[in-house]
Design a protein around this ligand. Structure first.
Ligand code: GUN
Length: 292
């Protein structure tokens, strides 16, 4: 069994991106600029945005975080988005989700210029992705594809079960793996799936992205399967300084001995999602700066 080292793969890709940024700067161009909007004080969101900011610094991007109060109205947020859409010094931006309940996430996502939508959440990017056209891919599915490629994991002709049908992970993941080049036979499981354990047990590749800690147990895994754990839930813990620990959607101790490959939590998929965001931002900057 191989434990997939997302931290190491991400570190290598960070170096590659840093090299491209250095080349741009040495040609007298400005570095790529990513803006993150964070509304409110959600602890996990603050941590994620902090990681994105740190990664920007590491690869040589300019990074700006707009911290807005919880009471920000939808109209005020849409105004900020319009300003970022028009700002030629900003290559890409993200609005960290979830948003406070009084703000429509869909309206916010649709307000972002698809050319600056480095999260790949805008319906234009989703539609282009589904059609197999160039687009900004959502970070988590793209990060998973990078891991599969890096480890040389065969996907063609394999059965893949994706657990979870979110717009951010499950649905794009299932779609991408069914496309030419990946060539998986994909099933999506969700809360209404009949006999889910049996469906999961038929899979060569299992992608757990439902957000329920330790949902996938050893009995659901076919021996030799590849298991990718997207879950990252904070649960209270008396053993850590922060007062919480992170749990994946997979019961690791039971599942790992049955797998050929498995991603740990933390250190598996998580570090890769940030790299994908950096890749998208670099692409957006190259388009804006070089016009290609
Ligand atoms: N919240 C959880 N994941 C993400 C992500 O990839 N992008 C944004 N904007 N918010 C998130």
């Amino acid at each position: 069994m191989v434990v997939i080292d997302g931290k190491q793969v991400a570190a290598q890709m960070r170096q590659e991106i840093a090299g491209e940024v250095a080349a741009m700067v040495s040609q007298g161009k400005r570095p790529p600029h990513l803006v993150a909007i964070l509304v409110g004080t959600d602890g996990a969101s603050q941590t994620y945005v902090g990681h994105k900011e740190k990664c920007c610094n590491e690869v040589g991007f300019r990074s700006t975080v707009l911290r807005l109060p919880e009471e920000t109205t939808e109209a005020q947020l849409l105004e900020r988005i319009a300003a970022l859409n028009a700002d030629t010094d900003v290559d890409g931006f993200i609005v960290q989700l979830p948003l406070p309940r009084h703000i429509s996430e869909q309206k916010v996502i649709e307000a972002i210029d698809p050319r600056k939508d480095v999260d790949g959440f805008h319906p234009v990017n989703t539609g282009r992705m589904i059609s197999g056209l160039p687009s900004y891919l959502p970070a988590t599915p793209d990060g998973i594809l990078s891991l599969l490629k890096y480890y040389g994991i065969e996907t063609a002709g394999k059965t893949c079960v994706v657990i979870g049908r979110s717009n951010i992970v499950g649905r794009p993941m299932a779609n991408l793996l069914s496309q030419k080049g990946w060539d998986c036979t994909v099933t999506i499981c969700h809360s209404r799936t009949a006999d889910l354990p049996q469906v999961v047990a038929s899979a060569d590749i299992v992608i757990a992205a439902l957000g329920q800690p330790e949902f996938v147990t050893g009995d659901m895994i076919k021996p030799g399967a590849v298991v990718i754990d997207v879950g990252i839930t904070r649960v209270p813990s008396t053993r850590t300084k922060s007062g919480y620990k992170l749990l994946g959607d997979v019961k690791y101790d039971e599942v790992a001995p049955k797998c050929s490959y498995i991603t740990p939590v933390p250190g598996g998929v998580g570090p890769m999602t940030i790299i994908s965001l950096m890749k998208n931002t670099l692409k957006a900057a190259q388009k804006q700066i070089y016009g290609n």
